[in-house]
Design a protein around this ligand. Structure first.
Ligand code: PEP
Length: 249
């Protein structure tokens, strides 16, 4: 059985003080064990305060990016080892905003995944097609090539989470329909089964991201291959994030 993962990507939102306040409220609201694994990914600057607030809770901590080297002359970059030391268990890699605004390629993302796994961080590998690619019927071929290169040379993928995030659905209010999302999730699972076997494909979590809100969480989570969600905007407000965490299946 795959335990659902509900992850909040705060992007460049919430100062350390705001993050601390939000995390405190979330801890208080989640005193009962949620049915999903709950993860929050604040900006780097808020990680220490949030780590402190959630340390005795059932909420996990993740980062939004890291460098592929663990130390050295890389001004402005952050090492996965630093993130681990702060208590991060997960790291989002290859988010479409990193690909789009910071020129991250599948090869760079692959290097980061290798390093994250060596360090003991669980990568959340984000993949997804643009609107033009979808309209040109390239969705599945794009997904395949992002998986092929992103996961190149990785023998054990059991600690990786795949996030299918159609670029046209991120922050736009246009969610993929449950059927559209399920089609791609199922494709991803079959692709993994072909390369790593059914036992791994059955275990690996494939989560959906792109304008997830309280109004669409239940129908998305009703799909057999959707094992959770990566939430941007709706993870910034307590009420909406809580409703998403408490999805009904
Ligand atoms: C994201 O940033 O990963 C995301 C899915 O954002 P939003 O939920 O705001 O579309």
């Amino acid at each position: 059985m795959r335990i659902p993962l509900i992850a909040g990507n705060w992007k460049m939102n919430k100062s350390p003080n705001e993050a601390q306040e939000f995390a405190q409220a979330l801890v208080e609201a989640l005193l009962e064990e949620p049915k999903a694994e709950v993860l929050i990914c604040p900006p780097f600057t808020a990680l220490p305060v949030v780590a402190d607030v959630i340390k005795n809770s059932n909420i996990r901590l993740g980062a939004q990016n890291m460098h592929w080297e663990t130390k050295g002359a890389f001004t402005g970059e952050i090492s996965g080892e630093f993130l681990k030391e702060l208590g991060c268990q997960y790291v989002i890699l290859g988010h479409s905003e990193r690909r789009q605004y910071f020129a991250e390629t599948d090869m760079i993302i692959n290097k980061k995944i290798h390093t994250a796994l060596q360090i003991g961080l669980k990568p959340i590998l984000c993949i997804g097609e643009t609107l033009a690619q979808r309209e040109n019927n390239q969705t599945l071929s794009i997904i395949k090539s992002q998986l092929d290169t992103g996961l190149d040379n990785i023998n054990d993928i059991s600690n990786i989470v795949i996030a299918y995030e159609p670029v046209w659905a991120i922050g736009t209010g246009k969610t993929a329909t449950p059927t559209q999302a399920e089609e791609v999730h199922n494709y991803i699972r079959n692709n993994i089964a072909q390369k790593w076997g059914n036992h791994i494909a059955d275990k690996i979590r494939i989560i959906y991201g792109g304008s997830v809100i309280p109004e669409n969480i239940d129908t998305l989570m009703a799909q057999p291959d959707i094992d959770g969600v990566l939430v941007g905007g709706a993870s910034l407000k307590l009420e909406s994030f809580l409703r998403i965490i408490n999805f009904q299946r």
